[in-house]
Ligand binder design. Structure first.
Ligand code: NAG
Ligand code: NAG
Ligand code: NAG
Ligand code: NAG
Ligand code: NAG
Length: 594
């Protein structure tokens, strides 16, 4: 009721509001759950499209499509093949670089995505991709590369057809689509209202005004959306009288860090926006999903400043959402928060929502090997931590690909498991599951091979296997726990056939467990460790969000890029099920989908 009154006040017409009242919509935030920061969104015909930041995960720059703003289908990745940016991924040394803050726009019949790749020896590179069909992943172009001045590029075509890129600062440059040159010197448009890092700009032209929407205050709890406008593209810009126009700073909202927004209209002319937000509460300690994407209604009358409805977990808009429609949406990817039920049959690609940390080594992942199918993972010498930032032993750093594959944690409470077959032959071989934020923030349960016991009572030269729980992350980590793999869990040929599972014990802790799959029937479960989700919240991974997945490594054994032979892992069954979504510190629903 409060929201309705507020919007009536904005619209100024009480009779009109009352007429609208029955058509209000209620929905939950975030709408794009799990690690999805810096959303940029458009509508083309009756389909909404968003792109989000992916840093060094690969494939990157996912395109989500929706007809109703609630069900988001992952239809393609803009950066989906190494040949689009040869060598770039493997030159990324640190943990939070790569593809930052893209903008998506539709112009002259094409979809355009501009982004910057950070952290290369040559500095940052600007990349502009295009396609006529975002539902066909392979149709995304190789990028036009440019040398950016600052980060967070926008794309704005003025009425005269010229293309402008505004970036952090906020500065404006014209981009030459033939040469990739940016005009010099940049024009300073606006410095924001005084918050740190004025960034993430988007320019809109409406009713003869240029509106400049930006983020400032940094992407943590001071984050905010501010706006300015001008009659001329190059300024002077006058600030919105009510800046910041969207923020949850200094509130006790569950959804914090609200900022980095983009605005668009539905087919009825209603305005909406998307922004990033973190389900952390003001305590800002446990938020393993990092920055997620929230939806908010906006009003924007002719010649007037827009007003954005504050973000909370349960939202009521004064006008209806577009009707729910999954079936009418083209494309073949999974919906973002749907369960994973993957058995990896031959002939199918790797499911689109599974990603790696940097481009993996060629041949590291094979779907559907004969005779039984599954996902075959060839181990990397680098383990999940590796020796970060090592240049003399680069193949151990993770910079040459880590044999890791994961999906976003998209629910506060979930259960994830993989059934693996693993018959390691050398000490160091390891197969496991992990909650992974960065190479220095992850919680793992692996089956690890160690040297065979010496002497005549040894196991005949076969390495002995153990379950190892290990964690590393923000604010210290629990002690490792190593327990011998129970011998009945091994088949007669020495293959371990085991289910490795990650569950949320509650909103703050994970539990990692194992159980035999064959020859014994599944269960009973052996819990090997528990760890706080604060380990994978913020700290060295404050820009990214947790992935849950599987890995294979030999922990540095072997030479060059190759592990000792015999450490391949077969993932036969992969399941992820969301169990609950919190939309406030105390309230949850089984799913945020109404
Ligand atoms: C990768 O880094 C090397 C060494 O600094 C450099 O020679 C090469 O040009 C870089 N390649 C790319 C694509 O950044
Ligand atoms: C923003 O700040 C910079 C540095 O102080 C200054 O040079 C520039 O003129 C300012 N821009 C505007 C539009 O005020
Ligand atoms: C979650 O479970 C862990 C381990 O039992 C416990 O230490 C923690 O306090 C619990 N958290 C909540 C929010 O109940
Ligand atoms: C992680 O963060 C700590 C504390 O800020 C810092 O000292 C350390 O160097 C970081 N480690 C990495 C690998 O970035
Ligand atoms: C991970 O790999 C590094 C580098 O090869 C190695 O030093 C470290 O011991 C490995 N960690 C474990 C737990 O085996």
């Amino acid at each position: 009721m409060k929201v309705l009154t507020l919007l009536c006040f904005f619209s100024g017409l009480i009779s009109q509001c009352l007429a609208l009242a029955p058509a209000r919509s209620t929905y939950f935030n975030p709408v794009l759950t799990g690690w999805h920061s810096d959303p940029s969104c458009i509508r083309v015909d009756d389909i909404f499209f968003c792109v989000t930041s992916t840093f060094e995960s690969f494939p990157g720059l996912p395109i989500y499509a929706s007809k109703d703003l609630i069900d988001w289908k992952l239809v393609s990745h803009v950066w989906n093949r190494e040949s689009q940016l040869p060598g770039v991924s493997w030159n990324t040394t640190q943990q939070q670089q790569g593809m930052y803050a893209a903008t998506i726009r539709h112009h002259a019949g094409e979809f355009w995505v501009v982004c910057e790749y950070l952290g290369l020896p040559v500095g940052n590179i600007g990349v502009l991709f295009r396609t006529k069909n975002p539902f066909d992943e392979t149709s995304w172009s190789d990028p036009l590369r440019f040398k950016p001045t600052k980060i967070d590029p926008d794309l704005f075509w003025d009425d005269d057809g010229k293309l402008y890129v505004a970036t952090q600062g906020i500065i404006l440059q014209e981009l030459n689509l033939q040469t990739g040159e940016l005009s010099e010197p940049p024009v300073s448009l606006w410095n924001g209202t005084g918050g740190v890092w004025p960034e993430g700009p988007h320019i809109y032209k409406k009713d003869g005004w240029y509106y400049l929407l930006i983020a400032e205050g940094g992407t943590a709890t001071n984050h905010a959306v501010t706006m300015a406008r001008s009659r001329s593209l190059t300024g002077p810009y006058e600030p919105h009288p009510e800046n910041p126009i969207l923020t949850n700073r200094n509130t006790d909202e569950y959804l914090q860090t609200v900022g980095h927004a983009d605005l668009f209209q539905d087919t009825k002319g209603n305005w909406w926006g998307m922004a990033l937000a973190t389900r952390s509460g003001p305590g800002y300690k446990t938020y393993p999903m990092g920055r997620e994407t929230v939806l908010f209604p906006a009003t924007w009358e002719k010649d007037q400043w827009p007003r954005l409805q504050p973000v909370s977990g349960k939202m009521t808009s004064a006008w209806p959402l577009p009707p729910r429609s999954r079936a009418g949406l083209p494309g073949d990817g999974p919906f973002n928060a749907d369960p994973d039920v993957y058995d990896f049959p031959p002939g199918k690609p790797i499911p689109r929502n599974l990603v790696h940390w940097r481009v993996p080594r060629a041949g590291a992942f094979t779907v559907g090997p004969k005779p039984h199918g599954g996902l075959l993972i060839v181990p990397s010498r680098a383990n999940l931590t590796g020796i970060p930032f090592s240049t003399d032993q680069i193949e151990l750093s993770g910079q040459r690909g880590i044999s890791f594959i994961g999906r976003r944690q998209t629910h506060t409470l979930f259960s994830f498991s993989v059934d693996i077959e693993f018959k390691p032959r050398a000490a160091g071989h390891e197969a496991g599951v992990t909650v992974f934020l960065t190479q220095v923030n992850h919680i793992d349960l692996g089956i690890v091979a160690s040297e065979p016991p010496a002497g005549p009572s040894g196991s005949g030269g076969k390495p002995s296997l153990a379950l190892r729980f290990r964690a590393i992350g923000t604010g210290g980590a629990p002690q490792p726990n190593v327990v011998p793999l129970p011998s009945p869990w091994l088949r007669s040929d020495g293959t371990a056939s085991v289910r490795l599972q990650i569950d949320t014990l509650n909103t703050t802790h994970y539990s990692l467990s194992a159980m035999p799959v064959a020859p014994v029937k599944p269960g009973p479960k052996l819990v090997v460790g528990t760890a706080p989700a604060s380990l994978v919240s913020g700290g060295n991974g404050s820009f990214v969000g947790s992935l849950v997945g599987a890995y294979a490594t030999c922990n540095g054994a072997g030479t060059g890029l190759d592990c000792p032979a015999g450490g391949n892992v077969l993932v036969k069954r992969w399941r992820y099920t969301g169990l609950a979504q919190y939309f406030s510190a105390t309230d949850s629903v089984p799913t945020l989908l109404p």
